[in-house]
Design a binder for this molecule. Structure first.
Ligand code: ATP
Ligand code: MG
Length: 139
């Protein structure tokens, strides 16, 4: 059975444009409980570690620069089938391909500045959550 937690970030473009509240509202209205939440920022180095899986991709350097360009909001979210349901709520990586009503369709600027992150599997959700939060910060 698939797990009940995922990890998300509201990315710098969405935070700087004042879309944090609207995105959190969509997340809660979709039935996700906020288990942990923190407004913080990545450095070039910590963004590099977070996105290490993409280090051979041509967009890696730009992605790390963008993800460290301003504050982000890190979130651990809880719901049945959390990983898959959250990816459905956020929509395709490229907002041009994202379905109507998804977070990326509504708020993303481009394939890179695409408003939100969502984990792609239960194991990466757990890893990514522990990148930002200690067990004691999870309620
Ligand atoms: P995320 O992991 O942020 O939820 P995703 O799983 O939809 O997004 P990935 O393939 O994991 O997409 O890519 C990670 C991030 O790298 C994307 O969200 C986007 O910000 C950036 N990215 C992906 N593909 C490209 C690309 N072709 N050009 C520029 N940036 C890209
Ligand atoms: Mg991904």
């Amino acid at each position: 059975m698939s797990g009940n937690r995922t990890f998300s970030m509201i990315k710098p473009d969405a935070v700087s444009e004042g879309n944090t509240g609207a995105i959190l509202r969509m997340i809660e209205e979709a039935g996700f409980k906020i288990v942990a939440m923190k407004k913080t920022a990545l450095t070039g180095e910590t963004a590099g570690k977070f996105y290490e899986v993409h280090k051979e991709r041509p967009f890696y350097k730009d992605l790390c620069a963008y993800m460290s360009s301003g504050p982000i909001v890190a979130l651990i979210l809880e719901k049945d089938n959390a990983v898959a349901d959250f990816r459905k709520l956020i929509g395709a990586t490229n907002p041009a391909d994202a379905e109507e009503g998804t977070i990326r369709k509504l708020f993303a600027k481009s394939i890179e500045a695409n408003a939100v992150h969502g984990s792609d599997a239960d194991d990466t959700a757990a890893q990514e959550g522990s990148f930002f939060f200690a067990k004691t910060e999870q309620f």
